[in-house]
Ligand binder design. Sequence first.
Ligand code: ATP
Ligand code: MG
Length: 565
Amino acid sequence: MEQIQGLSSLAGAFQEHMAEKRKFQAIKGTRDLLPLETELWNRVEQTAREVFGTFGFGEIRLPIFEPTELFARSIGTDTDVVAKEMYSFEDYDTSEILELLESRKAALTWVDSPVSPPYGPMGAGAQAIFQPLGSVIGNVVRLGLDAYQRGRIPRTPENERLLADLKDGIGTFVGSINSRSMGENRQAVNGLKGLVGQLRFGDSLCLRPEVTASVCRAYIEHNMHALAQPVKLYCIGPMFRRERPQKGRYRQFYQIDVEVLEAITPNTDATKSLGKDAAVDAEVIEMVMVYFARLGLEGVQLDINSIGHSAPDCRRGYVEKLKAELEKVKDKLGADSRRRIETNPLRVLDSKLESEQAIIEKLPRIGDHLCADCAKHYAEVKRQLDLRGVAYHENWRLVRGLDYYMRTTFEITARGLGSQNAVCGGGRYDGLVELLGGPPTRGIGFAIGEDRVILSLLETGHSPLATRHSPLLYIAWMGEKTLATAIRAARDLRQAGFRVELPPVEQKFSKALGQADKLGARYALILGEDEVASGEWTLKTLADGTQGKYSEEGLMEFLRKTRPS
Ligand code: ATP
Ligand code: MG
């Protein structure tokens, strides 16, 4: 017996040890960006700030989580992003509804456990099996009503209805356990669990899958329509989508997002504003092309299209025609496209499926169905792009995945990315601000996939500048008495902007030089007691081993003159 106890405590200790050694890893679809690579990220972001600044854009920083409804309303509930890819969660104060949370868990995980499953109406035996659920759900109702009254769970009509239905539901359930078969009782249990599952204990929030809707929210919240129009903003940061991770596709990825918003003043000349919008669209596109050129991104191709506006004589009419044509060829389409005929027929045009390509080529084209204004706007965008010397491909199959776009849509692809080669997507979204509760507003914007831009740069030979990280100067100090001088030298040199490495403990001369070499330092500053006493410091150039003597000031001057660019 003792032996067994000894063994089991040994096993316990082993388990504890293993738990301690558990390795944590970045969550699937997320990644760590390490020094050297981050140099490139910083350059990409810094260049964006510089280029966008010259076009009059200002930076906006926004929260990473927002109400789920903001995206559901703007992006559209039928889109992949909202239907499948959002990281959303209920937000509540756990300490306020602890018991309620436990009662919900108890209800949702409750299972009947009969000794032997009876068939047919169960009579009194059923009571013993199913009665306990009555009290489990009774707790949810009691605690739920209390929390509802105190405002600790959202006081929505749905919650009120669910609590009332549950209250009635358990009464009926408990009263008729005996007269039901096992299967019928189980069905009733599932019905009650379903109601419990629908109760909302907090506001639904989500990690942002994109940022246009957030920018619009902020535009409304801060009354930006009262500022000089248009308001030009950019935002850099992470986005979250639960997609299948692969090259160029992550669950946390980064976008550089640009938006131009302009309040619509009543009674403006429609023709004039068409021309103005087209110029704004073209300038925004010109800006991103200038930016990519400045980065040295290779194989950049701009595709443009107009998807008209939502009216019977424009896109809606076209979509009806498209739907009718798709119905005719339905049998030859894959499952995804077949489903999209109903939910989002424009997205069928996006299909990459080989077998569908010939069919899609014969479908009606939106360009032939634009209303007069949208056609005029599109023609003007192209004229404006020509004026700016921006080369483009017209691509009638270019539609955007998000619902809010209208008229101008565009996408930019680059080299080295395989099938995930879109580095930027954008378009016009007049009406989105209004849809989110703001004043009538026009909008155009784009989002650059920063991860893919970096990948493309790396694939085409833009290596991160490794040397930028190495110290310029390594301080090889020897003897405790020199430490104070070494610390002061490091401080003064760093203040002057030089990269300096100060070893925390004294090192032997050869070890110090070895370390300086390993770090890629250009110079070693040798500080021994003699140097400190004489005020003449020795500077060794590591590449060729040459040495020079400098006073403190002389050293500063020498380094300033040879400052690496
Ligand atoms: P894709 O067709 O590649 O899925 P998308 O239409 O979903 O793109 P948008 O919502 O328009 O993309 O986002 C703009 C840009 O953000 C894309 O062109 C791409 O560069 C980048 N992007 C989108 N999703 C991801 C992701 N999961 N990982 C990395 N980058 C992404
Ligand atoms: Mg996508």
